[in-house]
Ligand binder design. Structure first.
Ligand code: PEP
Ligand code: MN
Length: 366
Protein backbone atom coordinates (compact mmCIF):
# COMPACT_ATOMS: atom_id res chain seq x y z
CA UNK A 1 0.00 0.00 0.00
CA UNK A 2 1.27 3.47 -0.87
CA UNK A 3 0.36 6.43 1.30
CA UNK A 4 0.65 10.11 0.52
CA UNK A 5 2.93 11.72 3.13
CA UNK A 6 1.09 13.84 5.68
CA UNK A 7 2.77 17.06 4.54
CA UNK A 8 1.25 16.57 1.07
CA UNK A 9 -2.27 16.81 2.44
CA UNK A 10 -1.88 19.01 5.51
CA UNK A 11 -0.56 22.44 4.52
CA UNK A 12 2.22 23.96 6.73
CA UNK A 13 2.56 20.74 8.67
CA UNK A 14 4.66 20.83 11.83
CA UNK A 15 5.47 17.86 14.02
CA UNK A 16 3.46 16.85 15.91
CA UNK A 17 0.28 17.45 13.97
CA UNK A 18 -2.33 18.40 16.58
CA UNK A 19 -6.01 17.71 16.04
CA UNK A 20 -8.19 19.24 18.74
CA UNK A 21 -11.81 20.00 19.46
CA UNK A 22 -14.67 18.67 21.52
CA UNK A 23 -15.72 15.07 21.82
CA UNK A 24 -19.13 16.21 20.56
CA UNK A 25 -20.38 19.28 18.78
CA UNK A 26 -23.00 20.68 21.17
CA UNK A 27 -23.87 24.21 20.07
CA UNK A 28 -22.74 26.62 17.39
CA UNK A 29 -21.25 28.86 20.05
CA UNK A 30 -19.26 26.02 21.62
CA UNK A 31 -17.76 25.07 18.23
CA UNK A 32 -16.88 28.64 17.30
CA UNK A 33 -15.44 29.49 20.73
CA UNK A 34 -13.30 26.34 20.66
CA UNK A 35 -12.12 26.98 17.10
CA UNK A 36 -11.11 30.59 17.84
CA UNK A 37 -9.16 29.54 20.94
CA UNK A 38 -7.45 26.72 19.02
CA UNK A 39 -6.37 28.81 16.07
CA UNK A 40 -3.95 30.65 18.40
CA UNK A 41 -2.18 27.41 19.36
CA UNK A 42 0.57 27.01 16.83
CA UNK A 43 0.58 23.25 16.33
CA UNK A 44 -3.19 22.87 16.00
CA UNK A 45 -4.08 22.46 12.36
CA UNK A 46 -7.35 20.54 12.52
CA UNK A 47 -10.62 21.05 14.39
CA UNK A 48 -12.36 17.81 15.36
CA UNK A 49 -15.90 17.24 16.62
CA UNK A 50 -18.22 14.27 16.88
CA UNK A 51 -21.48 15.01 15.13
CA UNK A 52 -23.02 11.53 15.25
CA UNK A 53 -21.96 9.81 18.46
CA UNK A 54 -21.78 6.04 18.87
CA UNK A 55 -22.90 5.71 22.49
CA UNK A 56 -22.78 2.57 24.56
CA UNK A 57 -26.35 2.95 25.84
CA UNK A 58 -29.39 4.32 24.01
CA UNK A 59 -31.04 7.31 25.56
CA UNK A 60 -27.74 9.12 26.18
CA UNK A 61 -26.72 12.07 24.02
CA UNK A 62 -26.17 10.76 20.48
CA UNK A 63 -24.84 13.89 18.82
CA UNK A 64 -26.66 16.88 17.36
CA UNK A 65 -26.39 15.47 13.82
CA UNK A 66 -26.19 17.21 10.47
CA UNK A 67 -26.74 20.77 11.70
CA UNK A 68 -23.29 20.69 13.37
CA UNK A 69 -21.69 20.31 9.93
CA UNK A 70 -22.72 23.89 9.13
CA UNK A 71 -21.07 25.04 12.41
CA UNK A 72 -17.88 23.24 11.44
CA UNK A 73 -17.93 24.87 8.00
CA UNK A 74 -18.38 28.27 9.66
CA UNK A 75 -15.52 27.57 12.10
CA UNK A 76 -13.28 26.74 9.15
CA UNK A 77 -14.26 29.91 7.34
CA UNK A 78 -13.56 32.08 10.41
CA UNK A 79 -10.32 30.44 11.58
CA UNK A 80 -8.75 28.66 8.62
CA UNK A 81 -8.54 25.41 10.61
CA UNK A 82 -9.21 22.21 8.66
CA UNK A 83 -12.23 20.27 9.88
CA UNK A 84 -12.75 16.63 10.67
CA UNK A 85 -15.71 14.56 11.87
CA UNK A 86 -16.45 10.91 12.56
CA UNK A 87 -18.44 8.96 9.96
CA UNK A 88 -20.02 5.57 10.54
CA UNK A 89 -22.30 5.15 7.51
CA UNK A 90 -22.37 6.11 3.80
CA UNK A 91 -25.01 8.71 4.57
CA UNK A 92 -22.67 10.39 7.10
CA UNK A 93 -20.01 10.47 4.38
CA UNK A 94 -22.42 12.02 1.90
CA UNK A 95 -23.47 14.76 4.33
CA UNK A 96 -19.93 15.53 5.47
CA UNK A 97 -18.81 15.90 1.85
CA UNK A 98 -21.81 18.12 1.11
CA UNK A 99 -20.68 20.54 3.86
CA UNK A 100 -17.05 20.53 2.71
CA UNK A 101 -15.60 18.77 5.77
CA UNK A 102 -11.88 18.26 5.02
CA UNK A 103 -11.07 14.98 6.74
CA UNK A 104 -13.20 12.07 7.96
CA UNK A 105 -12.40 9.56 10.66
CA UNK A 106 -13.77 6.09 11.24
CA UNK A 107 -14.35 5.39 14.92
CA UNK A 108 -13.30 2.40 17.00
CA UNK A 109 -16.82 0.98 17.12
CA UNK A 110 -17.01 1.04 13.33
CA UNK A 111 -13.49 -0.11 12.37
CA UNK A 112 -14.25 -3.30 14.28
CA UNK A 113 -16.89 -4.23 11.68
CA UNK A 114 -15.66 -5.14 8.16
CA UNK A 115 -19.18 -4.84 6.66
CA UNK A 116 -19.54 -1.28 7.94
CA UNK A 117 -16.02 -0.32 6.83
CA UNK A 118 -16.65 -1.77 3.36
CA UNK A 119 -19.86 0.22 2.98
CA UNK A 120 -18.02 3.40 3.92
CA UNK A 121 -15.18 2.49 1.55
CA UNK A 122 -17.65 2.01 -1.32
CA UNK A 123 -19.19 5.40 -0.61
CA UNK A 124 -15.74 7.04 -0.75
CA UNK A 125 -14.86 5.85 -4.27
CA UNK A 126 -13.83 8.74 -6.51
CA UNK A 127 -13.43 11.25 -3.66
CA UNK A 128 -9.86 10.89 -2.34
CA UNK A 129 -10.90 12.74 0.81
CA UNK A 130 -8.40 12.11 3.64
CA UNK A 131 -9.47 9.34 6.02
CA UNK A 132 -8.19 8.49 9.48
CA UNK A 133 -8.93 5.01 10.76
CA UNK A 134 -9.10 4.48 14.52
CA UNK A 135 -8.02 1.13 15.87
CA UNK A 136 -10.87 -1.33 16.53
CA UNK A 137 -11.87 -1.51 20.20
CA UNK A 138 -10.29 -4.95 20.60
CA UNK A 139 -6.55 -5.45 20.33
CA UNK A 140 -6.49 -6.96 16.84
CA UNK A 141 -3.83 -5.55 14.54
CA UNK A 142 -5.07 -7.48 11.48
CA UNK A 143 -8.57 -6.07 11.85
CA UNK A 144 -7.13 -2.55 12.03
CA UNK A 145 -4.96 -3.21 8.95
CA UNK A 146 -7.94 -4.75 7.15
CA UNK A 147 -9.98 -1.58 7.70
CA UNK A 148 -7.12 0.57 6.37
CA UNK A 149 -6.77 -1.75 3.36
CA UNK A 150 -10.49 -1.53 2.53
CA UNK A 151 -10.29 2.28 2.48
CA UNK A 152 -7.06 2.18 0.47
CA UNK A 153 -8.66 -0.18 -2.05
CA UNK A 154 -11.35 2.45 -2.58
CA UNK A 155 -8.63 4.69 -4.06
CA UNK A 156 -7.85 6.73 -0.92
CA UNK A 157 -4.11 7.40 -0.41
CA UNK A 158 -4.48 10.27 2.07
CA UNK A 159 -4.71 7.93 5.01
CA UNK A 160 -3.69 7.93 8.65
CA UNK A 161 -4.25 5.57 11.56
CA UNK A 162 -5.39 6.76 14.97
CA UNK A 163 -4.28 4.83 18.05
CA UNK A 164 -6.97 5.26 20.74
CA UNK A 165 -6.19 2.27 22.93
CA UNK A 166 -7.99 -1.03 23.36
CA UNK A 167 -10.88 -1.98 25.56
CA UNK A 168 -10.10 -4.58 28.24
CA UNK A 169 -11.69 -5.39 31.57
CA UNK A 170 -8.58 -5.10 33.68
CA UNK A 171 -7.05 -1.64 33.32
CA UNK A 172 -7.06 0.37 36.48
CA UNK A 173 -5.02 3.31 35.18
CA UNK A 174 -6.31 4.03 31.70
CA UNK A 175 -9.75 3.88 30.14
CA UNK A 176 -8.34 1.96 27.16
CA UNK A 177 -5.05 0.10 27.34
CA UNK A 178 -2.47 1.49 24.94
CA UNK A 179 -0.58 -1.76 24.05
CA UNK A 180 2.07 0.39 22.35
CA UNK A 181 3.56 -2.59 20.52
CA UNK A 182 0.43 -2.73 18.31
CA UNK A 183 0.71 0.75 16.72
CA UNK A 184 4.50 0.27 16.53
CA UNK A 185 3.96 -3.00 14.66
CA UNK A 186 1.46 -1.21 12.41
CA UNK A 187 4.15 1.33 11.49
CA UNK A 188 6.52 -1.52 10.59
CA UNK A 189 3.93 -3.40 8.56
CA UNK A 190 2.61 -0.37 6.68
CA UNK A 191 5.64 1.87 6.17
CA UNK A 192 4.74 5.45 5.32
CA UNK A 193 1.36 5.34 7.05
CA UNK A 194 1.09 8.29 9.46
CA UNK A 195 0.03 7.18 12.94
CA UNK A 196 -1.66 9.65 15.25
CA UNK A 197 -2.26 9.03 18.94
CA UNK A 198 -5.54 9.87 20.69
CA UNK A 199 -4.41 10.22 24.33
CA UNK A 200 -7.89 11.37 25.39
CA UNK A 201 -9.58 8.03 24.74
CA UNK A 202 -6.57 6.07 26.04
CA UNK A 203 -6.37 8.04 29.28
CA UNK A 204 -10.05 8.70 29.99
CA UNK A 205 -8.79 11.26 32.50
CA UNK A 206 -7.52 14.73 31.66
CA UNK A 207 -4.69 14.47 34.22
CA UNK A 208 -3.08 11.61 32.32
CA UNK A 209 -3.17 13.16 28.84
CA UNK A 210 0.27 14.80 29.06
CA UNK A 211 2.02 11.55 29.99
CA UNK A 212 0.31 9.55 27.25
CA UNK A 213 1.08 12.29 24.70
CA UNK A 214 4.75 12.25 25.68
CA UNK A 215 4.87 8.47 25.32
CA UNK A 216 3.34 8.81 21.84
CA UNK A 217 6.09 11.27 20.89
CA UNK A 218 8.73 8.94 22.32
CA UNK A 219 7.59 6.14 20.03
CA UNK A 220 7.69 8.55 17.10
CA UNK A 221 4.00 9.01 16.39
CA UNK A 222 3.16 11.69 13.87
CA UNK A 223 0.49 13.57 15.74
CA UNK A 224 -2.03 13.83 18.54
CA UNK A 225 -5.80 14.05 18.62
CA UNK A 226 -6.84 15.64 21.93
CA UNK A 227 -10.42 16.34 22.99
CA UNK A 228 -10.73 20.01 23.87
CA UNK A 229 -13.74 21.88 25.21
CA UNK A 230 -14.20 25.45 26.50
CA UNK A 231 -15.83 24.09 29.66
CA UNK A 232 -14.83 20.41 29.95
CA UNK A 233 -16.76 19.60 33.11
CA UNK A 234 -19.98 20.66 31.41
CA UNK A 235 -19.31 18.62 28.24
CA UNK A 236 -22.22 16.48 27.01
CA UNK A 237 -19.92 13.46 26.44
CA UNK A 238 -16.50 12.33 27.72
CA UNK A 239 -16.36 15.22 30.23
CA UNK A 240 -13.61 13.73 32.41
CA UNK A 241 -11.10 13.43 29.61
CA UNK A 242 -11.54 16.80 27.88
CA UNK A 243 -9.18 19.72 28.45
CA UNK A 244 -9.53 23.47 27.92
CA UNK A 245 -7.71 25.08 24.99
CA UNK A 246 -5.30 26.65 27.47
CA UNK A 247 -4.41 23.26 29.05
CA UNK A 248 -4.02 21.87 25.55
CA UNK A 249 -1.51 24.59 24.84
CA UNK A 250 0.42 23.67 28.01
CA UNK A 251 0.35 19.96 27.14
CA UNK A 252 1.63 20.52 23.62
CA UNK A 253 4.18 23.13 24.77
CA UNK A 254 5.48 20.75 27.46
CA UNK A 255 6.27 17.89 25.10
CA UNK A 256 9.90 17.03 24.60
CA UNK A 257 10.36 16.10 21.02
CA UNK A 258 13.12 13.67 20.30
CA UNK A 259 14.23 12.87 16.80
CA UNK A 260 15.58 9.60 15.48
CA UNK A 261 18.85 11.22 14.41
CA UNK A 262 20.74 14.12 15.92
CA UNK A 263 22.81 16.64 13.92
CA UNK A 264 25.41 16.44 16.75
CA UNK A 265 28.17 14.26 15.21
CA UNK A 266 29.93 13.71 18.55
CA UNK A 267 26.74 12.29 20.01
CA UNK A 268 26.09 10.10 16.97
CA UNK A 269 29.58 8.55 17.09
CA UNK A 270 29.46 8.05 20.89
CA UNK A 271 26.13 6.29 20.35
CA UNK A 272 27.64 4.09 17.65
CA UNK A 273 30.46 3.14 20.03
CA UNK A 274 28.02 2.18 22.77
CA UNK A 275 25.94 0.18 20.32
CA UNK A 276 29.07 -1.74 19.29
CA UNK A 277 29.63 -2.59 22.94
CA UNK A 278 26.03 -3.78 23.26
CA UNK A 279 26.46 -5.96 20.16
CA UNK A 280 29.56 -7.56 21.71
CA UNK A 281 27.88 -8.18 25.05
CA UNK A 282 24.87 -9.71 23.26
CA UNK A 283 27.17 -12.08 21.37
CA UNK A 284 28.65 -13.23 24.68
CA UNK A 285 25.14 -13.63 26.13
CA UNK A 286 24.00 -15.74 23.18
CA UNK A 287 27.17 -17.86 23.20
CA UNK A 288 26.62 -18.44 26.94
CA UNK A 289 23.02 -19.48 26.34
CA UNK A 290 24.24 -21.93 23.71
CA UNK A 291 26.86 -23.42 26.09
CA UNK A 292 24.22 -23.66 28.80
CA UNK A 293 21.86 -25.50 26.47
CA UNK A 294 24.58 -27.98 25.52
CA UNK A 295 25.07 -28.81 29.20
CA UNK A 296 21.30 -29.13 29.64
CA UNK A 297 21.27 -31.66 26.81
CA UNK A 298 23.98 -33.71 28.55
CA UNK A 299 21.96 -33.61 31.78
CA UNK A 300 18.86 -34.72 29.84
CA UNK A 301 20.73 -37.72 28.43
CA UNK A 302 22.13 -38.65 31.84
CA UNK A 303 18.73 -38.33 33.55
CA UNK A 304 17.15 -40.45 30.87
CA UNK A 305 19.61 -43.28 31.37
CA UNK A 306 18.91 -43.16 35.11
CA UNK A 307 15.12 -42.73 34.91
CA UNK A 308 15.08 -39.33 36.63
CA UNK A 309 12.37 -36.71 35.78
CA UNK A 310 13.35 -33.60 33.74
CA UNK A 311 11.76 -31.26 36.28
CA UNK A 312 13.24 -31.37 39.77
CA UNK A 313 11.51 -28.66 41.72
CA UNK A 314 14.08 -28.45 44.54
CA UNK A 315 16.89 -27.93 42.12
CA UNK A 316 14.86 -25.23 40.39
CA UNK A 317 14.20 -23.42 43.69
CA UNK A 318 17.85 -23.65 44.74
CA UNK A 319 19.06 -22.39 41.39
CA UNK A 320 16.63 -19.46 41.37
CA UNK A 321 17.64 -18.49 44.90
CA UNK A 322 21.34 -18.48 44.11
CA UNK A 323 20.86 -16.54 40.83
CA UNK A 324 18.77 -13.93 42.61
CA UNK A 325 21.45 -13.53 45.26
CA UNK A 326 24.09 -12.94 42.60
CA UNK A 327 21.72 -10.54 40.83
CA UNK A 328 21.26 -8.63 44.08
CA UNK A 329 25.01 -8.34 44.58
CA UNK A 330 25.34 -7.08 41.02
CA UNK A 331 22.58 -4.51 41.54
CA UNK A 332 20.21 -6.05 38.96
CA UNK A 333 16.44 -5.82 39.56
CA UNK A 334 15.13 -9.06 41.08
CA UNK A 335 11.96 -9.18 38.95
CA UNK A 336 13.96 -8.83 35.72
CA UNK A 337 16.39 -11.65 36.58
CA UNK A 338 13.60 -13.87 37.90
CA UNK A 339 11.62 -13.53 34.66
CA UNK A 340 14.69 -14.31 32.56
CA UNK A 341 15.51 -17.41 34.63
CA UNK A 342 11.93 -18.63 34.46
CA UNK A 343 12.10 -18.51 30.66
CA UNK A 344 15.52 -20.21 30.65
CA UNK A 345 14.29 -22.92 33.00
CA UNK A 346 11.10 -23.66 31.03
CA UNK A 347 13.17 -24.03 27.87
CA UNK A 348 15.67 -26.32 29.64
CA UNK A 349 12.96 -28.62 30.92
CA UNK A 350 11.41 -28.68 27.46
CA UNK A 351 14.72 -29.62 25.87
CA UNK A 352 15.39 -32.34 28.47
CA UNK A 353 11.91 -33.77 27.88
CA UNK A 354 12.53 -33.89 24.12
CA UNK A 355 15.83 -35.68 24.67
CA UNK A 356 14.25 -38.19 27.06
CA UNK A 357 11.43 -38.91 24.58
CA UNK A 358 14.00 -39.57 21.86
CA UNK A 359 15.86 -41.94 24.19
CA UNK A 360 12.60 -43.67 25.04
CA UNK A 361 11.66 -44.12 21.35
CA UNK A 362 15.14 -45.46 20.61
CA UNK A 363 14.85 -47.92 23.48
CA UNK A 364 11.40 -49.07 22.28
CA UNK A 365 12.56 -49.61 18.73
CA UNK A 366 15.61 -51.62 19.86
C1 PEP B 1 -14.40 10.12 19.69
O1 PEP B 1 -13.35 10.40 19.10
O2 PEP B 1 -15.07 10.93 20.33
C2 PEP B 1 -14.80 8.70 19.72
C3 PEP B 1 -16.06 8.32 19.83
O3 PEP B 1 -13.76 7.91 19.68
P1 PEP B 1 -13.57 6.30 19.62
O4 PEP B 1 -14.15 5.87 18.34
O5 PEP B 1 -12.09 6.20 19.67
O6 PEP B 1 -14.23 5.74 20.84
MN1 MN C 1 -14.96 11.18 22.89
Amino acid sequence: MEFLPLNKWIPNLKKPLVIAGPCSAETEEQILTTAHALKNIEDVRILRAGVWKPRTRPGTFEGVGTKALAWMAKAKEETGLLTCVEVATPSHVEKALEFGIDILWIGARTSVNPFAVQEIADSLKGTNIPIMVKNPINADLSLWMGAIERIHNAGINKLAAIHRGFSTLDEPRYRNRPFWRIPIELKHKLPGLPVICDPSHIAGDRNLIAEVSQKAMDVDMDGLMIETHPNPDAAWSDAKQQVTPSSLSDIVGGLSLRTEFSPNRGFESALEGLRDQIDRVDNILLESLKSRMEIVEKIGAAKSSNDVTPLQIHRMEKMMKSRLEIAKQLGLPEKYVKEIYEIIHVESVKRQTQIMNTFQTDKESE
